[in-house]
Design a protein around this ligand. Sequence first.
Ligand SMILES: [Zn+2]
Length: 79
Amino acid sequence: MAVSSLLFTFVLGSVMAKAKGARIIITLECTECRTNVNKRSPGVNRYTTTKNRRNTTARLELKKFCPHCNRHTIHKEIK
Ligand SMILES: [Zn+2]
């Protein structure tokens, strides 16, 4: 009985460790900041978020508000 509960704890621990490793911090950058000439302020807007590397293998693209462009633009994941 004690052995099986110990084994269960080990399996659960390794599953949780794997899940933790799949979640990574990514940076999203405004795709229009570099080409937009009518910006409100200089600079490139960036957001940081997290994603699951196993569920989302492709580069993430999200529509977010950019304070530099003063509107919603596509923010792409950068390395
Ligand atoms: Zn922008």
